[in-house]
Structure formats: C-alpha cells, structure tokens
Design a protein around this ligand. Sequence first.
Ligand SMILES: C[S@@+](CC[C@H](N)C(=O)[O-])C[C@H]1O[C@@H](n2cnc3c(N)ncnc32)[C@H](O)[C@@H]1O
Length: 404
Amino acid sequence: MSRNPKTISEERDYLVLNVKQAKKIVKEWLTEIQLYNVVKLGLPEIDDRYHYWRVPLCSKNSTRIGEVVIDAYTTEIIASKTTKPEILIARLLKQDENQIESSKQNKKEYKLSNLRNTVGLGDSVQLLDDMPSESVDLIFTSPPYFNARPEYSEYQEYDDYLFKMRQIIRKCHRVLVEGRFFAINISPVLLRRASRNESSRRIAVPFDFHRIFIEEGFDFIDDIIWLKPEGAGWATGRGRRFAADRNPLQYKAVPVTEYILVYRKHTDLLIDWFIRNHPDKTTVEDSKISDGYERTNVWKINPSTNSRHPAAFPKELAEKIIRYYSFQGDVVLDPFAGSGTVGSAACDLNRRFVLFENNPEYIKIIREDITSWKNLNLGNVLWINCEPVDPIHKQGSIFNQGEK
Ligand SMILES: C[S@@+](CC[C@H](N)C(=O)[O-])C[C@H]1O[C@@H](n2cnc3c(N)ncnc32)[C@H](O)[C@@H]1O
C-alpha cells in the first residue's frame, strides 16, 4: 500500500498543518477577546514566503473587517500583523451604523408640502410657530441690519440682536424639511463713530451667524460672494479718508461684496435621495438648470434698484438661489420678507412662497405689487394679520388640505 505524499506543511515541519488547525487557533483568540459570536472566519491561506497562515475575519454579512496572522512554525498569533481588536470592534460598529443609516434612508418618505402661498404681517418669532414642522423646502432671506437706524433700533446690544436672530433661525430649522437648504444674504456692519475722538467699528456679523447656524443644527455648504460694481461701496464712506491722505495704517478696503452663506439642515440623506425619490419625475426634469449658471462662488450682480425698501436685494439674486436650491412647486420661505423680492422670484419660477414681515409699510408694498407677480392665483394666497388683496377671497387655514 502506498503512503499519501507529505503536504508542504508537513515537509516544512510546520506546527500548524492545515486549515482546520489555523481556524481553531483563531477561534480561541476570538473567544478570548469576546468577539467569537460576531465574527465569521474566511478561508485560511498559507503564505509560503513568510511561513504564515492568514485567516480572514468577516462580519456576519460577510464583509471583510480584518485578518489574523499565525506563525506556522510556532502556532503563535503575530500581534503586529493581526488586525487589532479595537479596530475590529470599530469596523463592526461602523457597519451596524451604515446599515441603520441605509435602512433609514430606505424608509424615509418624500413628503410634498401642502402650504399655500402666504403673506404674514408680524414678528417671525410668532408666525413661524403656527407653521407645521418640515413644511418648507427652501429658506432664503436677508436679516435686518443690526443698528441700521440706532434711534429706532429694537436692539440695545449686539447680543440682544443675535439672540433674536437665533430664535428665528431655530424656528426656521423646525419648519424646514430635513436635508434642505437655508441661504442667507449677510454682510459685516459698520457702526459709525459717535464723535471724532472715537473710531468706527465694523462687526463681522456673518461669522457670528455662522456659529449660530452650526449650533442650531445646520451644516455649512457654501460661501457665495455677491460682487457689486466698484462704485457701489463708496456710499458706505469707508476708504474715503485713506483715498485723500494715503497714510499707512489708515487703509480701509471699500466693501463691494456681500455673503450668501448656504447651509443645509443636518441629515444623513444624500442630495441624490431627493432627486431619486421626488414623486414627480417631470417636475425634476423641468427644474433642471440650463447653461449659463454661476460656475464659481463669485456672482457679479448689480444692487437692487428698488427705491421703496432701503435693503431690498436684487431679484436676480433671489432667482439664482431659488433655481439652484429648489424644485418647481417647492415652498420658499423668507422670514424677513421686506418688499417681497423672494415671493416675486418664487412665482416667476413656479415655486410657492411664505413671506413674513413685521413692518406694515413693507406689507403694503407687497400688497401693491403682488397683482403683477407671474403665475399667481391671487385667490389662493393666505393673508395673515392683513386684508387679502382679492376682496372676495375668504381667509382659511394655512394648509391646502390635511392637518397640522
Ligand atoms: C434686510 S430687509 C429684507 C429685504 C428684502 N430681502 C427685500 O428684498 O425687500 C429685512 C426685513 O426684515 C424685517 N424684519 C425685521 N425683524 C423682523 C421680525 N422679527 N419678523 C419679521 N420681519 C422682520 C424688516 O422690517 C425688514 O424689512
């Protein structure tokens, strides 16, 4: 009778001769580090070059998470070449996390808002409370300036102003759909000196707002620079002294830019999710942005020529933001609506609007202009705390249908 020929392992006098023995060593090690029940073994292979057994480690769903390396001559596990237990644990947890996230993404339902076009007179702090959660698809606004007219300002201190802005940003967070955008047009503010013996002070408002946005649950997406023509900045008076005297240290840059800071309500949903799950594919197609869009974060736009509001932003700016960050049919909110630029741009682009403004003078402007806004069924505008423009229109609920 002929004897079986020796295996390579036997010829080399390894102590670990086969797959079964290699697995047994690894199972004992996994038991010791308390991972035996959560880790599966792949097929061990001999590495002839170094005389190692390499045993793959996998999670229960067969994804590779590491490897154990055994010295074939001694049966010893080579710690420096073996995946560390803490790394195995981290990878297993990460996989669980990913699984939870992907099942969350699969379960989340795309809900279309049922809000009507709305104009509300009052403080946004109160008006926002009457809106349903996650009923707005985009927010675009520019906040009131701190101390625009100190004699009338409702804010004693800058901190009071920031506190109020935080309240409104927090309430906006609630009404904004998870994963959708909040763009804010904002710039530093110049506090003029009270006398010749004082310096003027410039407050970096956008950076304070940035912190509030992050603390209130938004993720930072983009800083867009709105670049105005050079002449626009001289109105601030900044840089005049230097232009005349040219002394070093006196230099002051003439501001010709403002920021549009773009945030997204925190989510683990990918942007793709919104495109894939939108219930109306035609709307997604119709909302595509044609050539000629802004490719960089510097947008050259002339300031607004609207003489009826001292701080109106150009409609072109609102149009770009609405086009780039919403679908047709979406609801766009402006909690500091002023003369209603966002509403008019939203109508042009077949979006719905919610405009809140606390100054009756500006609500008056909106009421005068609204009849000329495109695509608007005046009978279907909800007027809160103000008379409807259409006298036969009956005021009703903020919703088209359904409940809060
Ligand atoms: C910078 S302006 C907005 C101008 C607007 N983007 C436009 O194009 O006309 C800010 C507006 O916020 C309004 N406002 C200030 N505080 C408010 C509040 N708490 N609630 C609602 N509106 C407020 C001001 O009256 C002002 O009209």
